[in-house]
Design a protein around this ligand. Structure first.
Ligand code: AGP
Length: 608
């Protein structure tokens, strides 16, 4: 997500902000900028691309001043352009804002402000804040920001400066982290402790609903009703590298643990419970237009291809539309039959995978409507498809894809809901699905709370050289994904199979040395998979089973088990994959592998 840094004190602020932004680069971003207060008022410098590009601009501009804010942007609304980069300013050019999060009612606020004569310069939701603060300013910047935030729905971490109040930074938090750094005759604001470590280890964390006025020698924190809040300062213990990973040992673990939040961000503002459907504005397709497509092709690579397989099962079962899943690398060269009545959906975390991009170009060439389910805003696939659904999972730094996968499956579930309600699903069925999707972030948190148990289990498996992952129905692709996670970061040879396929060959591999992971939540094929577990046990295989809490038919059979909460069949992959991600992670750590940078692999395969 985005990074925020602010400073107020006696030192030249421009270079200090840029240094802080360098510390935030690990978070992933596509543009950056600073706003500085000085005798000439408010000076803004922004750049698309790397912080180094911004640094050149700042040095050339020779910006003076000792109060300022800076930002690295991870685009959510509006492509990565200089106009969309933060900070954003108001009409009068006297107020600058940097923001991390998503303003859900930005469109309505923008319309109202434009109606009052405000001119907008960007496509971002953030710019709404600058004009609303300007509209509400009545002598106190803190009051104007508080009044603005009363009108805002959504998540934010913001910092605000104004030439009307030099030497002051207003900071506020609701859902996106923000902290105050306390120095000697100087103070800081940041979204992440790593930006402060060069200057101070004494910090005050803001909590949701709090707003702070920060000056060089003082700070005041209140709630949005101006009621003073007493906060204790804490001392940062972590080293810089560890802070950069949010305190986790690896980015992969950080991203696994972020999934309640990333799934929440994927869902945010998109579920319509009354109508029992999903609002996917990026699709740019009316109901009538959507009904014109009589076939769907899902194309992707790797983990994204596993998400596509789940999407196929969902859409055929619930939307009753024929779906095919294609490896992008195969689709692009096999002269596929697609035309203007085919919806070709490319799924890609990076939005830069060469095979997936080429497959979509091929589909477009043949007249199909192309859609992208992509995480990186403004990426090549996102720019080239006819329309899309951003997954909003936030930057995924670890090479092994984790939170991107669960966000892809969640996005596919919402697309299936939208399509299903046009075809086969009643409003009551739709409402049940909306409620089940809404429960996923909390249920994911419950599964991840059991990470310590998975770590223990991984110790018993760490010396194995092979493993089989078996699943049925919606959890057959999860078996493939669990096997891919294990092999790509621990280099153990793991294979995923449909559980029933075992008797057609792989069962020859089963003996007391072959660990078999069953993904066996309570779903419509559960009884069948219980029989498969019995077949493995009859051949002395070691069984680790992922089961629904309260289920006991497999308990007596499995050697080890991990439980997940109950949900609708087609949503089980979002939860059943979590223990498998953790299992692969801990086995790889136990085996001393480079978890975030596994050998031979790249985060984004931009070559054939
Ligand atoms: C998944 O853990 C791998 N890193 C890899 O299979 C990845 O999913 C694949 O390369 C597709 O990447 P994309 O989603 O960015 O297109």
């Amino acid at each position: 997500m985005c990074g925020i840094i602010g400073y107020v004190g006696p030192r030249p602020v421009a270079s200090l902000l840029v240094d802080g932004l360098h510390r935030l680069e690990y978070r992933g971003y596509d543009s950056a900028g600073i706003a500085v207060l000085n005798s000439s008022g408010l000076v803004i410098e922004r750049a698309v691309g790397r912080v180094a590009d911004l640094e050149t601009g700042v040095r050339t501009a020779g910006i003076e001043g000792t109060t300022g804010i800076g930002h690295t942007r991870w685009a959510t609304h509006g492509a990565p352009t200089e106009a969309n980069a933060h900070p954003h300013i108001d009409c009068g050019g006297t107020i600058a804002v940097v923001h991390n999060g998503i303003i859900e009612n930005a469109d309505e606020l923008r319309e109202a402000l434009a109606g009052r004569g405000h001119t907008f310069r960007s496509e971002t939701d953030t710019e709404v804040l600058t004009h609303l603060i300007e509209q509400l300013y009545d002598g106190s910047l803190m009051d104007a920001v508080a009044a603005t935030l009363h009108q805002v729905d959504g998540a934010y971490g913001i910092a605000v400066v104004s030439s009307m109040e030099p030497g002051t930074i207003i900071a506020a938090r609701n859902g996106s982290p923000l902290l105050i750094g306390l120095g000697e005759g100087e103070n800081f604001v940041a979204s992440d402790a790593s930006a402060l470590l060069d200057h101070t280890r004494t910090v005050v964390y803001l909590d949701d609903g709090e707003i702070a006025q920060v000056r060089a020698d003082s700070y005041q924190i209140t709630d949005l009703r101006a009621v003073e809040v007493e906060k204790l300062a804490t001392t940062l213990e972590w080293d810089l590298a560890t802070i950069g990973r949010g305190g986790y040992a690896h980015f992969m673990l950080k991203e696994i643990m972020e999934q309640p939040e990333s799934i929440r961000n994927t869902i945010r503002g998109r579920l319509l419970e009354d109508q029992g459907t999903a609002r996917l504005n990026g699709l740019n397709l009316t109901d009538e237009e959507l009904l014109r497509y009589d076939r769907v092709v899902l194309t992707a690579c790797g983990t994204s291809w596993h998400a596509a397989l789940i999407g196929e099962y969902m859409m055929e079962e619930l939307a009753r539309i024929p779906v095919e899943v294609e490896y992008a690398s195969e689709f692009r060269y096999r002269s596929p039959v697609v035309d203007e009545s085919t919806l070709v959906i490319g799924i890609s975390q990076s939005g830069e995978t060469a095979d997936t991009l080429a497959a979509l170009r091929e589909a477009k060439q043949r007249g199909a409507r192309t859609v992208g389910i992509v995480n990186v805003v403004g990426s090549s696939i996102a720019r080239e498809v006819d329309s899309g659904i951003y997954t909003h999972a936030g930057p995924e730094i670890g090479v092994a894809s984790t939170k991107a996968f669960t966000s892809q499956v969640t996005a596919l579930a919402m697309l299936t809901l939208r399509l299903g309600r046009l075809r086969a699903l009643s409003v009551l069925q739709g409402r049940e699905i909306v409620q089940a999707i809404r429960r996923l972030p909390g249920q994911a948190a419950m599964v991840l709370d059991g990470a310590g148990r998975v770590a223990k289990l991984a110790e018993t498996f760490m010396r194995q050289q092979n493993a089989l992952y078996l699943g049925r129905g919606y959890n057959f692709p999860v078996a493939l994904e669990g096997a891919l996670k294990l092999k790509e970061i621990s280099y153990v040879h793991a294979e995923g199979y449909p559980a029933a396929e075992m008797k057609h060959g792989p069962i020859a591999l089963i003996d007391e040395n072959m660990p078999v992971v069953f993904i066996a939540p309570r779903d419509h094929v559960y009884q069948k998979i219980v029989s498969n577990v019995q077949e493995v046990k009859a051949r002395r295989g070691q069984v680790l089973a992922i089961i629904t809490e309260g289920e006991d038919r497999i308990l007596g059979l499995a050697d080890h088990f991990i439980t997940i909460p109950e949900t609708l069949d087609f949503l089980t992959p979002v939860l059943s994959v979590l223990p498998l991600q953790l299992f692969a992670y801990y086995v790889a750590v136990n085996r001393g592998c480079d978890v975030d940078r596994p050998r031979n692999l790249a985060k984004s395969v931009t070559v054939e």
